[in-house]
Ligand binder design. Structure first.
Ligand SMILES: *[C@@H]1O[C@H](CO)[C@@H](O)[C@H](O)[C@H]1NC(C)=O
Ligand SMILES: *[C@@H]1O[C@H](CO)[C@@H](O)[C@H](O)[C@H]1NC(C)=O
Ligand SMILES: *[C@@H]1O[C@H](CO)[C@@H](O)[C@H](O)[C@H]1NC(C)=O
Ligand SMILES: *[C@@H]1O[C@H](CO)[C@@H](O)[C@H](O)[C@H]1NC(C)=O
Length: 395
């Protein structure tokens, strides 16, 4: 595989040498950040120095420069190169592709869009011979991870400003059990998960269960960075949290955890994975180095949104604005009729297709009209009435 790829690149492109950064990272990403997988990363306009991650043996860190930016896609190339002791000694750089999305000025998430197709044990990077100078986005961005496989980037100096509310199944106060694959709980009976006093922060007062902490947090204080609903199993959520411990040791305590969560009758099932969720994470399957939790609700603080209830004009505005900010209400609401005009409510809501709808209130269509926000919501038309069905957030 490697042999073919390197030859391919080598044979196809013997052009100019790229050296310094050719693009700039998102403007809020400057200075030192915590990455959920790669440890500490220092950003400047066009450099991304992974201070504690080495893809190539012999290095202790990896410095990248930004080579190509297309929308949210950022393709970076390692400054350092390594000579492979095969093929007569090709010298390669490693290239990596991130699809980066901003959450707040203190938090981002991204998908690692490169995968190791060469079994080089470098990790998910693409080796490219140093003589190759024309590399296309598709050469490096060669994979599409699942919605739950996001990485997080948090500015440690302002982490508390980078939080968002936990999703509905975790909006509550709970007692919990935790185990590492056995049937019995390894926590004390007073294990308590407090999630209502601040919906962005989870506080645990009995955090060490056997050999592990919930969320790998000795202080028991976790902040929610972001969460996603699974695209097919829509009752499953992937929740990324940040541990507020002053320092972490990388073993019993870690900076980031991904919870895979599903409410199941009276119990909320949770699996905890260090750093990030992997493809196929399940609320009931023990992750590598992870644990399984069962949460019993003591008090729920989830907002009550009965499905199919008529919404007020204010609630419809709330939906429109929440679509913009990407925090979607759950459920389906029969509130719209189709209109043949296309006045916009807010000029920011511009997308295709141009489906225009009118809300019904007290049986009368109202004058407010809005356009479909294509990726976040879909409109169905059962029995002559339109239904707004909120969908999981897009990648
Ligand atoms: C990466 O950059 C840092 C800071 O300039 C430098 O100290 C370090 O040696 C570089 N890493 C490698 C592997 O060259
Ligand atoms: C929740 O905690 C965050 C971080 O400390 C804080 O900014 C926010 O104001 C708190 N919210 C409430 C409702 O107390
Ligand atoms: C944790 O909090 C709960 C509820 O406030 C309490 O009943 C329990 O005793 C506390 N446990 C510990 C170990 O502090
Ligand atoms: C759920 O809780 C209710 C009330 O405590 C109980 O009657 C019911 O049996 C429980 N269902 C399951 C499946 O545990």
């Amino acid at each position: 595989m490697l042999v073919r790829d390197v030859r391919l690149f080598y044979g196809l492109f013997l052009l100019l040498r790229q050296s310094c950064g050719l693009c700039t990272y998102p403007s809020d990403l400057r200075g030192t950040w915590h990455d959920s997988v790669y440890g500490t990363i220092a950003f400047t306009d066009s450099s991304m120095n992974m201070e504690t991650k080495s893809f190539v043996s012999g290095f202790t860190n990896t410095n990248f420069t930004c080579q190509l930016n297309n929308g949210d896609m950022y393709v970076s190339k390692s400054v350092e190169s390594v000579t492979l002791g095969i093929l007569g000694g090709f010298t390669i750089n490693v290239w990596i592709c991130f699809e980066i999305k901003s959450l707040t000025t203190s938090s981002f998430y991204y998908y690692l869009r490169s995968s190791d197709q060469d079994n080089l044990n470098f990790g998910d990077v693409v080796p490219v011979a140093t003589t190759v100078t024309s590399v296309a986005e598709a050469d490096v961005c060669n994979t599409s991870p699942g919605v739950g496989e996001f990485h997080m980037l948090v500015n440690p100096a302002s982490a508390k400003e980078g939080l968002s509310a936990v999703p509905v199944p975790l909006l509550g106060d709970f007692t919990y059990t935790m185990n590492f694959g056995t049937a019995s709980s390894e926590c004390g009976v007073s294990a308590f998960w407090e999630g209502c006093s601040n919906t962005t922060i989870i506080t645990l007062n009995n955090t060490a269960c056997g050999s592990q902490f919930v969320g790998y947090s000795a202080s028991g204080s976790l902040g929610c960075i972001t969460s996603f609903q699974d695209t097919t199993s829509t009752s499953v959520y992937y929740v990324g949290v940040y541990n507020f411990d002053t320092s972490v040791n990388g073993a019993s305590t870690k900076r980031f955890t991904c919870f895979t969560v599903e409410f199941d009758t009276n119990i909320t099932m949770v699996s905890q994975s260090p750093n990030k969720c992997s493809s196929g994470s399940s609320p009931t399957v023990l992750p590598t180095d992870g644990a399984l939790l069962q949460l019993t609700t003591v008090t729920s603080c989830a907002p009550v949104t009965p499905p199919d209830d008529p919404l007020s004009i204010a609630a419809i505005f709330a939906i429109v604005f929440s679509l913009i900010s990407k925090t979607l209400p759950r459920g389906a609401h029969t509130v719209f009729t189709l209109s043949d005009t296309n006045t916009m409510v807010n000029k920011e809501i511009i997308t295709e297709p141009k489906l225009v709808v009118k809300p019904i209130r007290n049986g009368q269509p109202q004058s407010m009209e809005l356009q479909q926000w294509k990726n976040n919501a879909e409109f169905q038309e059962p029995e002559g009435q339109l239904k707004l069905v909120t969908k999981p957030q897009p990648l």
